[in-house]
Unconditional design. Structure first.
Length: 166
């Protein structure tokens, strides 16, 4: 598990299968899902079902602070591409990573490598300078046959996200 900078805050990142480490370190309830970060939209297709509408949102808003929840096997999974050069370099080298903010559950997220490095049990911290902070990624659900649902308003305002904007 490593801490990485993103275009919003520092995040914790693990390879798929290492989720339990993140939940334990954060004290995060396991019903709160992690987000899969990828370097390219095509990499997400190995994990989620991407239809034409989802692809349009990906092309319009990625890389950037938009998480898209899509069908994944029997459930769903949120995916995004961060707009941060160091995070993208790591994702290209390591492949898709499961992520969440670098903090204990309920505490403010880390905005610097030093803050992220205070968490115990990390294999390392990638120092990308101070993260912009502010709003987390906006999270939307794009399930087939359903209207777009805003799960969490964040860095991208909801009034910019309707299907008429893509």
């Amino acid at each position: 598990m490593v801490a990485i900078p993103t275009d919003t805050v520092y995040g914790l990142a693990v390879l798929p299968g290492g989720e339990s480490k993140v939940y334990a370190l954060k004290g995060r309830p396991d019903q709160l899902p992690l987000i899969l970060m990828v370097a390219e939209a095509v990499a997400a297709e190995a994990y989620v079902d991407v239809d034409r509408r989802a692809r349009a949102y990906m092309e319009r808003w990625w890389p950037g602070p938009l998480t898209i929840v899509l069908p994944a096997g029997e459930g769903t999974l949120g995916v995004r591409i961060p707009d941060h050069p160091l995070a993208l370099e790591l994702l290209r080298a390591a492949g898709p990573l499961l992520t969440t903010s670098a903090n204990r559950h309920g505490e403010p997220p880390a905005l610097t490598a030093e803050e992220a490095g205070r968490l115990p049990g990390l294999a390392g911290v990638l120092d990308g300078g101070t993260a912009p902070g502010g709003e987390p990624s906006t999270v939307i659900s794009l399930l087939p046959g359903r209207e777009l649902t805003i799960i969490r308003e964040g860095a991208i305002s909801s009034h910019l996200l309707g299907d008429e904007h893509i």
